[in-house]
Write a protein that binds this ligand. Structure first.
Ligand code: PEP
Ligand code: MG
Length: 592
């Protein structure tokens, strides 16, 4: 039995067999084979070479077609390395004479080859070493592990293990078949984490190197609450976790029955709107079932990230998705549709919007910047929103607005599209509120400018934290700086609410911060009355709001604002919630 600790990003417990995703950063263990297995191992190698060749040819053709032949030619170099007879001989000799597995033989031979290239004085050869590494990854993927595409087709429910999972890959997972996700890399704020939580899949990321210890179909337990992975657990441990699973199910059933009131009311009678963040239209039903007041954030970019075979969604696809959400939420529950936040880590498969590869995509052409560059896509989306607007009550929100000019341009395009509808006499809601996400320090500093013009704000703490702390939200190396209890972030939130209140602009928080139970009283104490959380967190968030008075929350916020470090704030918030929990639910244990 082996324990690993990582970052818990989506709660829940899963017990099951592991499927290791084909991955390009896998470390390979030295595995010996019996001499009698040599022929079958050589056959396996042969098959893998063939599949790798087809895969590279496919990549070449796709790259040539989509981004130009000069990019396609990169893959010709890959083919050349794959077909190098001396390399192939080296691998076969190792299998035949040293009796090592095909994976190990291939990894060693490719590493040696890359090392030789790196040591050559000519820099052009040295650069080719990374191509050799790519070819190695491709061959290893074919040799060792389940290809990513096959996962979707597999009938078994399993725990998916990978070095890293892109948001576009996560969004294609079938929640019914995926018991849990475990990755070596990734941070708390990564979009993969957000998608996993939307799908309700227990997930632990940033576990560090564990892939060399797993194999397909090994038994594992994933604890998405504690951030723990247990490989090859003993029977006793499995039984202990099975009991935990049963208790969780029972607890959930009880809460669902309890939460029938729409607004959560604090003990001193203040209503709090607990809303939901969604990525996929089908989630709207769940939001109604869990008692969300509305949808505070609909991340529409996921329409571009699900299986589209490289084709961008057209107006009709957008329209159908929005109509589904709005008809489910109806006219009593507001749905805030955020225009596509593409770019950074959310790039549709095989498609980049930037003219050149961006060295720093999180600082680059993403969100509203991309909408203003690709006004064709932006207008198409806005038209679909307007068409769907008659089916429910919606607001439109622009992401990552940093300057007043961006806001005005986006608003102008919105009104221009409205004009088209008026001219055509097409039905639409002519009173759609327009707002922006507050996601950068610039937006906070300039908030009074925006407050004069927008209808509402929503604080995106995931990005606000990333840009305030200058820390990549999905990089586990700097995860400790990505603390949602950062005193700097708290001050920015406080200022946002102060300015927004001065201008009477409703403000919500839709970053992951609001989905953390211990942060709920803090956010209420900072003045928020609308929290948009992941659907799985709605019930608990409402419950916590009902435990506190606003006065108690304000005391908590005041104390937290005086603290120097995120660790101090976190410890204090947890302690405050636990104390309250033990008063309200005397038999409770520490659950923050
Ligand atoms: C945020 O940045 O807090 C947010 C809600 O947007 P996203 O996570 O989609 O970037
Ligand atoms: Mg954001």
């Amino acid at each position: 039995m082996k324990y690993y600790h990582g970052i818990p990003v989506s709660p829940g417990v899963a017990i099951g067999l592991v499927t290791v995703l084909a991955n390009n950063r896998v470390s390979v263990r030295r595995r010996m084979i019996e001499p009698s297995q040599v022929p079958s191992e050589l056959q396996r190698l042969d098959d893998a070479f063939e599949r790798a060749q087809s895969s590279i040819v496919k990549s070449r053709d796709e790259a040539s077609e989509q981004i130009g032949e000069q990019y396609g030619r990169i893959f010709d170099a890959h083919l050349m390395f794959l077909q190098d007879p001396s390399l192939r001989r080296m691998i076969e000799n190792a299998i035949t004479n040293e009796h090592v597995s095909a994976e190990y033989a291939a990894a060693t031979a490719f590493d040696y080859y890359a090392q030789r290239l790196r040591s050559l004085p000519d820099a052009t050869y040295a650069e080719r070493a990374s191509d050799v590494a790519d070819v190695k990854d491709c061959l290893l993927s074919e040799l060792t592990l389940v290809a990513r595409d096959e996962v979707a087709e597999s009938e078994n429910r399993s725990i998916l293990a990978a070095s890293f999972l892109a948001p576009s890959e996560a969004s294609k997972l079938d929640a019914e078949k995926t018991l849990a996700i475990i990755t070596e890399n990734g941070g708390r704020g990564s979009h993969t984490a957000i998608v996993a939580s939307a799908l309700g899949i227990p997930t632990v990321v940033g576990l560090g190197p564990f892939l060399s210890d797993v194999y397909d179909n090994c038994l594992a337990i994933v604890d998405g609450d504690k951030g723990q992975l247990i490989l090859d657990p003993t029977l006793e441990v499995v039984e202990e976790y099975q009991r935990k699973l049963d208790a969780l199910k029972e607890d959930r059933r009880r809460r669902l029955q309890m939460s029938r009131k729409l607004y959560a009311t604090t003990t001193d009678g203040v209503d709090v709107a607990v809303e939901a963040n969604i990525e996929f239209p089908y989630e709207a039903k769940k939001c109604v079932e869990y008692g969300a007041v509305g949808i505070g954030l609909y991340r529409t970019e996921f329409l571009y990230l699900t299986d589209t075979n490289g084709v961008l969604p057209d107006e009709e696809t957008h329209f159908k998705a929005y109509r589904e959400v709005l008809s489910t939420m109806g006219h009593d529950r507001l749905t805030v549709i955020r225009t596509f936040d593409l770019g950074a880590d959310k790039i549709p498969e095989g498609r980049s919007f930037a003219r050149e590869k961006e060295p720093n995509p999180f600082m680059g052409l993403r969100s509203v910047r991309l909408s203003l560059r690709r006004t064709d896509m932006f207008r198409e989306q806005l038209r679909a929103i307007l068409r769907a607007s008659v089916y429910g009550k919606c607001a439109v929100m622009f992401p990552l607005v940093t300057t007043i000019r961006e806001w005005r341009q986006a608003k102008m395009i919105f009104h221009d599209v409205c004009e088209e509808f008026v001219e055509k006499n097409a039905p639409f809601d002519s009173n759609i509120p327009l707002g922006i996400m507050v996601e950068t320090p610039a937006a906070v500093v300039m908030l009074d400018q925006f407050a004069r013009e927008v209808d509402f704000f929503s604080i995106g703490t995931n990005d606000l934290l990333q840009y305030t702390q200058a820390v990549d939200r999905s990089n586990k190396e700097v995860n400790s700086l990505y603390a949602q209890e950062s005193p700097a972030l708290l001050r920015l939130i406080r200022r946002t609410i102060e300015v927004a209140n001065t201008y009477g602009r409703p403000t919500a928080v839709c970053g992951q911060m609001a989905s953390v139970p211990a942060n709920v009283p803090l956010l209420l104490g900072l003045g928020l009355r609308a929290l948009s959380v992941s659907p799985e967190s709605i019930l608990e968030t409402k419950e916590i709001c009902e435990w506190f008075s606003i006065q108690e929350c304000e005391t908590i916020a005041r104390q937290a604002l005086m603290m120097e470090t995120a660790d101090d704030v976190r410890a204090y918030l947890r302690e405050s919630l636990n104390r309250k929990r033990s008063e309200v639910v005397p038999s409770s244990s520490d659950a923050t």
